[in-house]
Design a protein around this ligand. Structure first.
Ligand code: ACO
Length: 325
C-alpha cells in the first residue's frame, strides 16, 4: 500500500513587495535582483499577520479540494523553521486552527527541504500502516528573520505556505521513492540564531544583524547545484525511472540560476521544469508545495505523469520525492 497526493493548496501574506519596493530599504536594483536570482517580487508578512493562520488556510484549501474532513485526518506533518513559538509546534497550531484533536501533529526542521522531508516521513508512516490520511504542509516566513539592510540576503526570501493531502492507496500511482540527505559539516553556510524575535519589514523593532540570517551565498550556490543533481539521479535510479521519463521537475525555488544549472546537468528541457520564483522569491519549505499547487492549477501535471520534487536548504539538507501522478 503506497501513498498518493490527492489535493494541494497554498496561501501567502497579503502584501507583495517588488524589487522596486526594496530599493527604498537598501542599495539594490530590480535589474541586479532579476539578473542574479530571477526574483521580481515576493510576499512578506506584516505586523499582525500570523504564519499559523496562513498555513492553516493552505491546509484547509487542500482538505476541501480532497473532500477530506479535518476530523478524518490521522496526522499533520509540517516542514518549517518559522514557528512563532519554540513550542507549540506550527503543526499543533494548524491542528488547533482546523479544530481537530487527538491526532499526532509535529514539525520537521529541515529549512528549505522541510516539505520534501515531511512528505518522505508521511509516505513511510503510511506504508508502515500507521496513518491513512495525512496533511503535509510546508510553511516558512524567512522574511521575518532577515536583516533588512543586508542586500545579500534580504532580497531573496518571501513567506507563504503550501499543503497537500495524502491518502493510502493500492496500485502503482503515488510516491515511488524518496531520498533525504544532510551535510551537517556545512551548517554555517546558512544559519539563523533564533526564530524567537520576529522583525517584519514594517515593524519598528529591527532584528539585530547577528540574529538575522547569515549566508555564504556563492558557496551555497555550488553545493546546491551539486546536491540537487546528485539526489535527482539517485532517487530516479532507486525507483527504476530514467531521467528522460520525468514529465515535470518541481524544484525548490531558491535562485533561477541554480534551477537552470540543475536542469541542464540532468538534461531536462525548460518545458519540463516548473518555476514561479519570479513572483514568490525563496519561500523556504513552502516553495515546493506552492510550486506544486500552481503546476496543478496550470494543468502542467496529468494522471500518470512522473513528477520529481527536489530541494536543498540550511542544515545543509537536501532531498527528493519521485511521484507517479
Ligand atoms: N543588490 C545589488 N548588489 C548586490 C546585491 C543586491 N541585492 N547582493 C549582492 N550584491 C553585490 C555584492 O555586494 C557584490 O559586490 P562586490 O563585488 O562589490 O562586493 C556583487 O553583488 C556580487 O556578489 P555575490 O554574492 O558574489 O553575488 P552572486 O552572483 O554569488 O549572487 C546570490 C549572490 C544571489 C546570493 C547567490 O550566491 C545565490 O543565490 N546563492 C545561493 C543562496 C541561496 O539560494 N540561499 C537560499 C537558501 S539555500 C537554498 O535554498 C538552496
Amino acid at each position: 500500500m503506497g501513498s498518493r497526493i490527492v489535493a494541494t493548496g497554498r496561501a501567502v501574506p497579503l502584501t507583495a513587495l517588488t524589487n522596486k519596493d526594496l530599493e527604498r530599504y537598501m542599495d539594490t536594483s530590480d535589474q541586479w535582483i532579476r539578473s542574479r536570482t530571477g526574483i521580481g517580487s515576493r510576499y512578506a508578512m506584516r505586523q499582525g499577520e500570523s504564519l499559523a493562520d496562513i498555513a492553516t488556510d493552505a491546509g484547509r484549501t487542500a482538505l476541501e479540494r480532497a473532500g477530506v474532513k479535518p476530523g478524518d485526518l490521522d496526522a499533520i506533518i509540517v516542514g518549517t523553521v518559522s514557528s512563532e513559538y519554540a513550542f507549540p509546534s506550527l503543526a499543533c497550531q494548524i491542528q488547533s486552527g482546523l479544530s481537530i484533536s487527538s491526532i499526532p501533529a509535529f514539525d520537521v526542521a529541515a529549512a528549505c527541504s522541510g516539505f520534501v522531508y515531511a512528505l518522505q516521513i508521511a509516505d513511510a508512516q503510511m506504508r508502515a500502516g500507521d496513518f491513512k490520511r495525512v496533511l503535509v504542509v510546508g510553511a516558512d516566513a524567512l522574511s521575518t528573520m532577515v536583516d533588512w539592510t543586508d542586500r545579500r540576503t534580504a532580497v531573496l526570501f518571501g513567506d507563504g505556505a503550501g499543503a497537500c493531502v495524502m491518502v493510502t492507496e493500492p496500485g502503482n500511482r503515488g510516491v515511488l521513492s524518496s531520498l533525504l540527505r544532510s551535510g551537517g559539516e556545512y551548517w554555517n553556510l546558512l544559519s539563523v540564531r533564533s526564530t524567537g524575535t520576529r522583525s517584519t519589514i514594517d515593524s519598528e523593532v529591527r532584528r539585530c544583524a547577528d540574529d538575522a540570517i547569515q549566508m555564504k551565498g556563492p558557496e551555497l550556490f555550488k553545493i546546491a547545484v551539486r546536491s540537487m543533481e546528485e539526489i535527482s539521479r539517485l532517487v530516479a535510479e532507486r525507483a527504476g525511472v530514467k531521467l528522460e521519463e520525468i514529465d515535470l521537475f518541481v524544484p525548490h525555488q531558491a535562485n533561477m540560476r541554480i534551477i537552470s544549472a540543475v536542469a541542464e546537468r540532468l538534461g531536462l528541457p525548460p518545458e519540463k521544469v516548473f518555476t514561479n520564483i519570479e513572483r514568490y522569491g525563496n519561500t523556504s519549505a513552502a516553495s515546493v508545495p506552492i510550486a506544486l499547487d500552481e503546476a496543478l492549477e496550470q494543468g502542467r501535471i496529468h494522471d500518470g505523469d512522473i513528477v520529481m520534487l527536489n530541494a536543498c536548504g540550511g542544515g545543509l539538507t537536501w532531498g527528493a520525492n519521485l511521484i507517479r501522478w
